[in-house]
Write a protein that binds this ligand. Structure first.
Ligand code: GLA
Length: 398
C-alpha cells in the first residue's frame, strides 16, 4: 500500500462491481497511528504517547438481511463470506481475519445482547497505511470494521468499547497478544493532538502537537518484520517474570508501570538475571521519558522532546533489544543530520518504521541523506512519509 490519496468515487464504482448496486452505501474511516514515545510500555500498564495519522483504512458498507458478512479488499486477493452463526479463524482468509475477529467479538459482547441485530453486510476495504510497517494497518481495519458494523446495526457503542473489542479481536481471534495502544490511538485520536494514555487505568489526555518550524517524518525501513510476533510475546513474558521477581520486595506490585524511577532503584536488585533486569529497566525509564516528553511538548521545548526520543531509541536498542540492524542504521544516520531534532524507532520494532522530528528547512536534505546512507549500508530503499496528525475513526459523508 502507499499513502497516496484515496478516490472515494472510484471506491464506489469498485463496490458496485463487486457487490452490485451501491445505492445507500456508507463510508467509514479509521487511521493508522504513529507512537511518538512510550514503547513496549502499554502491556506493562505504563504510559504511551501516540497520534493518529491522516492515512488509514476506508470501509464502504451496505447492510444485508440474511446474516452474511462479505469482506472484500481492493488490495488483497483473499475474500471471506461469513455467516454470523459460524465465525471462525481460517488461515487462508488472511487479512479478513481482522474484520471477522471484530464481528466475533461484537457477537459475544454483553453475553450476546446485540447478536440479533447483526444481520449482515457487504464491506469493501481500501487503505493507504503502509502494510506491515508498524503503523497499525491492522488496528485501522479493526476500528473501521467495528464502527461500520455497529453503526449499521444501530448498536450505539462508545468508541472506547469499540477500541477494547478490537484489541480483544486481535488477542483472541487473530492470536497477537498486543496491548491497547494501537486500537486506542486509532479509535480515539484527535487532529493535531497526541494522546497521552496511561494503559492500566485508560486515563487519557489530548496534548496539542505543536512543532512549529518542524515536520513529523516517518521513515520506513522496508524490512519485513519476520518473527516479530514470537519475539513480542517473549518480551511480554520477560516483563511478567520481572514483576514476579520484584514481588519479593513489593508483594502487591501488579505491573512495571506502577514503579517510579526511585522505587525501581530501591528494588531492582531483586532481579538477578541481567536480561530480565534490562527489560524492566527499559519499561521504568521509558515511562519516565513519556512524562517528561509531555511536559516538554506542552512547554514548546522541542529540543528536550527530541533528546527524549533519541534516549528512547537507545534504550529499546540496548536494554529491550527490539531494534535490529535496519532500525539502528536509520537511527544512526538520522540522528547525525543537522536539523533532525529527535528520532527513534516506532511501534513493536524488529523492522517497521522510524519517526523523526525534522526542521522544515532540513526535510529535503534529511530524506536524501538518510536514503543514500541507509541504502549503502543495508541494500534496502527506505520510504518517507511527511505526516499530519488526524482524527480517530469516524464516518465520512460520501
Ligand atoms: C505493537 C503493539 C502495541 C505496543 C507496541 C510497542 O504496536 O500492538 O500494543 O505494545 O507494539 O510499544
Amino acid at each position: 500500500m502507499t499513502t497516496s490519496a484515496i478516490d472515494l468515487h472510484e471506491l464506489l464504482r469498485a463496490f458496485s462491481e463487486r457487490f452490485g448496486d451501491a445505492e445507500g452505501v456508507r463510508c467509514f474511516f479509521a487511521p493508522g497511528r504513529v507512537n511518538l514515545i512510550g514503547e513496549h510500555t502499554d502491556y506493562n500498564g505504563g504510559y504511551v504517547f501516540p497520534a493518529a495519522l491522516t492515512f488509514g483504512t476506508y470501509a464502504l458498507v451496505k447492510p444485508r438481511n440474511d446474516g452474511m458478512y462479505r469482506f472484500r479488499s481492493m488490495q488483497f486477493a483473499a475474500e471471506a463470506d461469513v455467516a454470523v452463526s459460524a465465525v471462525e479463524f481460517r488461515k487462508e482468509d488472511d487479512w479478513a481475519n481482522y474484520p471477522k475477529g471484530v464481528l466475533a467479538e461484537l457477537l459475544k459482547l454483553e453475553d450476546g445482547a446485540y447478536a440479533s441485530k447483526l444481520r449482515g453486510a457487504d464491506i469493501l476495504y481500501v487503505g493507504n497505511v503502509p502494510n506491515g510497517a508498524g503503523l497499525s494497518s491492522s488496528a485501522s481495519i479493526e476500528l473501521a470494521t467495528a464502527l461500520a458494523i455497529s453503526t449499521l446495526a444501530q448498536i450505539e457503542l462508545p468508541m472506547l468499547t469499540l477500541v477494547k473489542l478490537s484489541q480483544l479481536a486481535e488477542n483472541r481471534f487473530v492470536g497477537v497478544n498486543c496491548g491497547i495502544m494501537d486500537q486506542f490511538a486509532v479509535g480515539m485520536g484527535k487532529r493535531d493532538h497526541a494522546v497521552m494514555l496511561k494503559c492500566d487505568t485508560l486515563d487519557y489526555q489530548y496534548v496539542p502537537f505543536r512543532i512549529d518550524g518542524c515536520k513529523l517524518v516517518i521513515t520506513n525501513t522496508n524490512k519485513r518484520r519476520g518473527l516479530a510476533d514470537s519475539k513480542y510475546n517473549e518480551r511480554r513474558q520477560q516483563c511478567e517474570d520481572g514483576v514476579q521477581l520484584l514481588k519479593e520486595k513489593l508483594p502487591r506490585l501488579g505491573n512495571l508501570g506502577e514503579l517510579s524511577l526511585e522505587q525501581w532503584e530501591q528494588v531492582k536488585s531483586a532481579i538477578s538475571d541481567p536480561i530480565i533486569r534490562n527489560r524492566a529497566e527499559h519499561v521504568v525509564t521509558e515511562d519516565d521519558r513519556v512524562l517528561r516528553a509531555r511536559s516538554s511538548l506542552e512547554q514548546g521545548d522541542l529540543a528536550t522532546f527530541g533528546k527524549l526520543m533519541n534516549a528512547s531509541h537507545e534504550s529499546l536498542r540496548d536494554l529491550y533489544e527490539v531494534t535490529g540492524f535496519e532500525l539502528d542504521t536509520l537511527y544512526e544516520v538520522a540522528s547525525g543530520i543537522k536539523g533532525c531534532v529527535g528520532t527513534r524507532m516506532t511501534g513493536a520494532g524488529f523492522g517497521g518504521c522510524n519517526v523523526s522530528i525534522v526542521k522544515d528547512e532540513a526535510v529535503e536534505t534529511f530524506q536524501r541523506t538518510v536514503a543514500e546512507q541507509y541504502t549503502a549500508k543495508t541494500g534496502l530503499v527506505p520510504s518517507f512519509y511527511v505526516c499530519e496528525i488526524g482524527d480517530g475513526a469516524k464516518e465520512l459523508q460520501l
